[in-house]
Design a protein around this ligand. Sequence first.
Ligand SMILES: Nc1ncnc2c1ncn2[C@@H]1O[C@H](COP(=O)(O)OP(=O)(O)O)[C@@H](O)[C@H]1O
Ligand SMILES: [Mg+2]
Length: 409
Amino acid sequence: MSIFERWRLKQNPYTTSPIDKENLDLFVGRKNKVKRAGNVISEKSIVIVEGKRGVGTTSFGNYIRFQKELKGKNLTPVRELSVGNGWNEEILIANVFSSLIWELEGKIPDKYKDRYNEIKLIAHQIRETYRNISLQLSVVGTGGGIGINKQTNVIMPQLYPTATLIQHLLEIKKLVEVSGFNKDTIIQLNNLDIDVLFSSQQLILFLNDIRDILQIEGYTWILVGDSGLRSCISDKVDRLDDIISYDCIIEPLTLDEVYLTINKRLKKFAQKENYLKPLSDNLIEILYHATNGRIRQIFGFSTRLIHSVSDHLLIEQITTDIALPIIKREVEDKLRQNNITRREKMVLEEIAENPGISPSILSSKTSLSLPNLSRLLSHLLKARFVSFERAGRIRRYNVSSDVLIALTK
Ligand SMILES: Nc1ncnc2c1ncn2[C@@H]1O[C@H](COP(=O)(O)OP(=O)(O)O)[C@@H](O)[C@H]1O
Ligand SMILES: [Mg+2]
């Protein structure tokens, strides 16, 4: 029996999977931005979708492109293209190429089937070439795409002349058209996150490398990444900034929109009319504030809490009273496992009380010297109990959301 049956639900309403083609009806809010982005991608364009991690950037991009596809004549691959470490222009084209081949399967008119099969064969050869060379470089394919694993820092050597690959993209575009899609093909690139998956240096190299691809006729691009993607492009990527049509900044949903999101899912996933709500609204509100409204983290928390009460059959709803002790216990365990010292814990408490605090203020509040403090902070960073944002030259520290709840509630 699925644990969700306890609430008379067919599945987890707090799943963290992005909105996709199958569940566009679950998308909530962002009306103006959807409208504007939708208008922009009607013509050849490059749209940037940027936001803090977990606020819903991937979902937003998916929503606008699948809406476009539903309304008519744009093709857009169902498969997600997530840019990986070491990607270059060629790997991008090879991935776009194979996802379009896959997408067109079954949609090609008889007259063009032979041509399609020829191109499919080429796509297959390209994939195989990459797979082989990937193995030699101890590089791995990622989820159906072609890529390089995170630990390596290898940049793939160029295997096919770019001109040839571009030619292939133009040819496949013709097949897309004869299959009834006479508007631009929309390609979304996820994961353009600075400092997370790659260094900003690598991201800049990649974007410089693919600039010409982004200008090929017949293709519209949605580039999805962390806050700061656009300014990184303006500062460091030649001749790309002026051809960006719209820089769409995604803010967290409001608390009411998060409630609405949850209620929609509960209704949709209900087995019967009288389903129950697994988490209380009050608890969602606490999670909302602790995560700065990042819905991915709210849902991640919710799912973990549900699993941690799975043995307690008497719990009908996870309320704040039930959740807080669980979160505190988990955090205590994690602190112990990571050998967090008393001093480090004191630093954590100070940051929890003063969100966004800078090292110099932290140093005066804790009476720790700056060198000492920075040693402690780097341990806490490594164990992911804290993170920082840059404000000019200053680093502003915050504790992770579970630590924040455990230490302040
Ligand atoms: N506008 C929205 N309406 C409803 N649910 C959303 C919306 N945006 C995001 N979500 C949900 O939030 C979670 C995280 O979304 P995702 O797009 O993966 O965020 P990000 O790409 O910013 O990490 C997923 O469960 C997704 O379904
Ligand atoms: Mg995402």
